[in-house]
Design a protein around this ligand. Structure first.
Ligand SMILES: [Zn+2]
Length: 641
């Protein structure tokens, strides 16, 4: 699995040398003299998990919402494939380590020496702990930083409940900013946790044991009996209420949102059953959603048993539920079978995009699935046209890069089309059987693209040699862009062709907007209509459309976003008036980044956009800040152009 081309980050530890950044208490055991720590098999982690490996985590944390910290301890239970290996290297970033003890088999604590390695930027600092023979548990007392990249703390003014809120985002490599651990998807472990919060708030985790009601003590207990990778560690604290959706499903949200959310997501139980019918049992017990504040930087995050969801998909008519299908599908692709490193992200996301489409097809029919596929195809073409050649392939060498770079449409959408193509070649029945077997075979394991490739060759190509060959498959995996063979699966949508015809009829003056057949249009047809207006409408045309369809008053965020993009391009004032409140309320990167980038390109909007950003910034997640600053071309630290 090791990738020969991976650059190694060599790091000389300061044990025995001068210039240590931090050091622990006087050692009771001597750490090995000078040695090196490199990122391991996973270039985004310092974990040496082939030698010593976390099998279980016990967390005990107190949350201080005013100080914006979690304080407590983590006990790591270890497996030692190399019993003589005398150190444990953990990933940490901005953690305040207070004490480290080995727990001896008789339960006695034994202080051990430890050191931080040098700061490696987004990778954080390796924490190197001396590991005496026979020790299988280590306790680390620590606190998080108020600036922990993986935690967002919102104060009372930034939430709809008027009470503070905190949530984690651990993917891809931010778990290390709130728990010291082996922060690589290659390592899976079970955990249990005790979390104490103020008694007017509730703590929830991506785990079993979420309470349906707040309790008086403010103490909450969780367990995760299935082994998970660290990027799925999730915690949130807020004024939360629960509403049931089905026997195994429900919604957590702030009081203002909970009824609306439960109504919108009433289809959750049905989605779960569709997933099980397709690819085998749901193995995680309950499946609930946590509705996030609008500043949540993503659409959703597939935290096991409790996926996090942006409120921007609550449209009132269930029209944006593909995202919920996506997060649920991750209960199989990703959470059950996981990419071993971020170069293999497509194994998580490509499978999930395909699975999501199958759920949508089962729920709403092939036509809606097709419309969604066409939107994705078009967006992928745009992405492929703008990104670097080396970023256009499914399996991507990310050594030396921030794993955030992996999150483009390529692993998602191109990965999904690769699955479509496999289905197209061997037929749905054979492909479904293959996927069911795949999920069973690799359940609760992490694998890389080459392991998948070998399995595919043995299980599917060997069965259908006349329909598939490895050279074509390798083109999908290792060559940039869509291969020529993809032409067979290009989505075609009659519904979109009718939209194109309507747009033309209006733009040629043949029909007035109110004479267009829009009553039957789906949200996706509207998206196609508005996307097709890019560079093909002026402010006058915008005004005509607005008076016919009240698009500036739109409540559906996907439609509104496209309307705002067109408003910026045409400098259409009624649309532009909605921009500032939108950007201050919403922190979802899918919307904020392109809006800021579009404003930055205008001669009238850039300074104004920077002013809006400065006002919005306190409510944004660190990831949204980072992306917005890049879009605006402003300095990350000062926020100054
Ligand atoms: Zn996903």
């Amino acid at each position: 699995m090791a990738n020969a081309s991976r650059a190694l980050f060599l790091l000389v530890l300061c044990i025995g040398l001068s210039g240590c950044q931090d050091s622990g208490p006087p050692p009771a055991l001597t750490a090995p003299p000078e040695f090196q720590v490199e990122t391991g098999t996973d270039p985004h982690s310092f974990a040496e998990y082939e030698k010593v490996r976390i099998t279980h985590l016990r967390l005990d944390l107190d949350a201080d919402l005013a100080a914006r910290t979690l304080t407590g301890y983590a006990v790591l239970e270890l497996e030692r494939p190399e019993p003589g290996f005398q150190r444990l290297v953990l990933d940490t970033r901005d953690l305040d380590i207070r004490d480290i003890n080995a727990i001896q088999p008789d339960g006695q604590y034994l202080p051990v020496s430890w050191r931080f390695g040098a700061d490696q930027g987004h990778l954080g600092r390796p924490l190197v702990i001396a590991l005496p023979a026979g020790i299988e548990q280590v306790r680390i007392d620590y606190a998080t930083s108020p600036d922990a990249f993986g935690l967002q703390w919102l104060d009372a003014q930034q939430t709809s409940s008027g009470k503070p809120f905190m949530f984690s985002q651990s993917q891809p490599h931010y778990a290390r900013t709130w728990v010291p651990l082996q922060d690589t998807p290659a390592v899976r472990y079970t955990f249990d946790a005790t979390v104490r919060v103020p008694s007017d708030l509730m703590a929830v985790m991506g785990a079993d044991g979420n309470a349906f009601e707040r309790n008086e003590t403010g103490e909450y207990q969780f367990t995760m009996p299935q082994p998970i990778p660290s990027y799925l560690m999730a915690i949130a604290i807020g004024d939360l209420e629960f509403a049931e959706a089905g026997p195994r499903t429900g919604v957590y949200a702030e009081p203002d949102w909970v009824e609306r959310a439960a109504a919108e997501f009433g289809v959750l139980e049905q989605m779960l059953e569709i997933g099980e019918n397709l690819y085998g049992p749901y193995r995680w017990g309950r499946y609930d959603l946590l509705v996030m504040p609008p500043s949540f930087p993503f659409g959703g995050m597939e935290n096991p048993r409790l996926s996090y969801i942006t409120p921007t998909i609550i449209a009132g008519d269930g029209s944006l539920l593909a995202l919920v299908a996506h997060e649920l599908a991750h209960s199989w692709s990703g959470n059950l079978v996981t990419n071993a490193a971020w170069r293999d992200l497509w194994l998580n996301e490509g499978f999930t995009v395909y699975f999501e489409a199958r759920i949508m097809e089962a729920l709403y029919g092939a036509e809606i699935r097709n419309q969604l596929a066409k939107l994705s195809w078009d967006a992928l073409q745009d992405t492929l046209a703008t990104i670097e050649q080396g970023d256009r392939q499914l399996v991507r060498d990310l050594s030396g890069q921030d794993p955030e770079q992996a999150f483009t449409l390529v692993p998602y959408v191109m990965g999904g089309f690769f699955m479509d193509w496999l289905e197209h070649r061997v037929g749905r029945e054979a492909f479904d059987q293959f996927l069911r077997d795949y999920f069973d075979h690799f359940a609760f394991q992490s694998l890389d693209s080459e392991e998948f490739r070998a399995y595919l060759e043995q299980q599917l190509v060997a069965e259908h040699p006349e329909k598939l060959d490895m050279a074509e498959i390798d083109e999908w995996l290792y060559q940039p862009g869509l291969p020529d063979s993809a032409v067979a699966i290009e989505p075609k949508s009659d519904a979109f062709e009718r939209v194109d015809a309507a747009r033309l009829a209006w733009q040629s003056g043949e029909k007035r907007p109110d004479a267009l057949p829009t009553e039957t249009w789906s949200v996706h047809q509207w998206r196609h209509f508005l996307s097709g207006l890019e560079g093909a409408v002026d402010a006058q045309g915008m005004a005509t459309l607005d008076s016919a369809f009240e698009l500036s008053q739109q409540q559906n965020y996907e439609i509104l976003f496209l309307w705002l993009m067109r408003s910026i391009e045409t400098r259409y004032e009624p649309g532009i008036e909605r921009l500032e409140p939108f950007l201050i309320e919403v922190g979802r990167n899918k919307f904020t980044r392109p809006l800021y980038a579009a404003l930055a390109e205008t001669d009238w909007g850039r300074d104004w956009a920077i002013e809006i950003y400065q006002r919005a910034r306190p409510g944004y997640h660190p990831l949204t800040r980072q992306a917005s600053e890049a879009a605006l071309g402003i300095d990350a630290n000062s926020g100054v152009p």
